[in-house]
Ligand binder design. Structure first.
Ligand code: MN
Ligand code: MN
Length: 271
């Protein structure tokens, strides 16, 4: 059950309206990482969630996002209002000015209508929580960019409040994911194919004009990693599994791994 209270979650004070900034604010109203998307994503995940504790969390945060939508909508409206009557202001957002009479609409800063395609809802709570953590990170960075482009102190205060809440949500979703005590790579029920799962395919090889080359890091070496340089030029190690012949240790990270692998393939095949 929803109830509207005639009060904003954070007081909005706008000094000088800035229609061009108002247009940017629409990104957080009807954009891909905006407040309506967050509110709908978490609420609908919550309605689908069989676990009462996680359902409670999702609906707490989903409902708070609706309050954020109200704050950002009021902020954007105050900045966009002059577009209704002022020709120069109208040029900041002709769609809002001409079609919307200076009021906010559920669209992003480029006028693209809000769409449910923005929502990430899988019905697997751990997968959804990861999507939510990423969504909060995106919302945070969008707020930060808006703050960096904002001159109005009152607007900045409200944006700082909204930005902070996104980190709070990220923290809550992160703790909820931890509470499931699922190993981080355990997604769903079907086990991944052994060996193949630990093969790192070094599929971008050679050296660029700028000196870009293959680089080693914990994402491709150490632990269980088996490195396969230029997999397109290597024989299958196991055709059914889809594994490729791994690289020899001395092959190193420099040089053209594709050429080396190609050479080996020829000699191996006896062509
Ligand atoms: Mn929010
Ligand atoms: Mn949030």
């Amino acid at each position: 059950m929803y109830h509207h209270i005639k009060e904003l979650m954070y007081t909005v004070n706008v000094g000088d309206p800035d229609p061009r900034f108002g247009n940017m604010l629409l990104e957080q109203f009807g954009g891909a990482n905006g407040e309506l998307a967050a509110a709908m994503q978490y609420s609908i995940q919550g309605w689908n969630c069989p676990d009462p504790a996680l359902k409670d969390l999702l609906l707490d945060i989903g409902t708070e996002e609706l309050s954020h939508l109200e704050v950002i909508g009021n902020l954007a409206r105050l900045h966009l209002q002059p577009t209704k009557s002022d020709r120069d202001a109208a040029e900041a957002d002709p769609l809002i000015a001409i079609a919307g009479g200076g009021g906010v609409a559920l669209q992003n800063s480029q006028g693209n209508p809000w769409t449910a395609d923005y929502l990430k809802i899988t019905g697997e709570i751990d997968v959804d929580l990861r999507s939510n953590i990423a969504a909060e990170a995106r919302a945070k960075i969008v707020y930060e960019r808006l703050i960096n482009f904002c001159d109005d102190p009152g607007t900045k205060d409200a944006l700082q409040f909204l930005m902070t809440r996104e980190i709070t949500h990220m923290k809550a979703f992160g703790k909820a994911l931890e509470s499931l005590r699922k190993p981080p790579l355990k997604i769903g029920r079907i086990e991944p194919t052994p060996v193949l799962v630990d093969q790192y395919f070094n599929a971008s090889t050679g050296e660029s004009q700028d000196g870009d080359t293959d680089i080693r890091g914990p994402w491709n070496e150490g632990e269980d990693w088996e490195r396969v340089d230029a997999p397109a030029f290597r024989e299958f190690a196991d055709e059914e599994a889809g594994t490729r012949e791994p690289s020899e240790e001395d092959e190193g990270s420099s040089g053209d791994a594709a050429k080396k692998a190609k050479g080996r393939r020829k000699s191996k095949g006896g062509e």
